[in-house]
Design a protein around this ligand. Structure first.
Ligand code: FES
Length: 93
């Protein structure tokens, strides 16, 4: 199993294949996920350990300020289980 490191706190959690970044960062899948476009993270390491960016996620990224080449929306990106991942929380609910 791979691990996810969450910055700036440096918290490390087990990251099973198929889990979303949002669920891992939040400590469990939110019961009623309300999209507020506030799940922006920067992938510092292990970008290839995450699912590819979908057109839906691309649309969300297009709507927020401060997007960079390492940006992902945590509710869309899922763990592939191929390598450890480190993300930095940029905006979160
Ligand atoms: S919470 Fe809406 S894009 Fe992630």
């Amino acid at each position: 199993m791979t691990t996810l490191t969450i910055m700036p706190a440096g918290r490390t959690v087990d990251a099973p294949e198929g889990a979303s970044l949002l669920s891992l960062i939040g400590g469990g899948e939110p019961a009623d996920h309300d999209c507020s476009d506030a799940c922006h993270v920067s992938v510092l390491e292990g970008r290839k350990g995450l699912s590819r960016i979908s057109s839906d996620e691309n649309g969300k990224l297009d709507m927020i300020v401060g997007v960079g080449s390492k940006s992902r929306m945590a509710c869309h990106a899922t763990i592939l289980g191929t390598e450890d991942v480190t993300v930095e929380i940029l905006s979160f609910v």
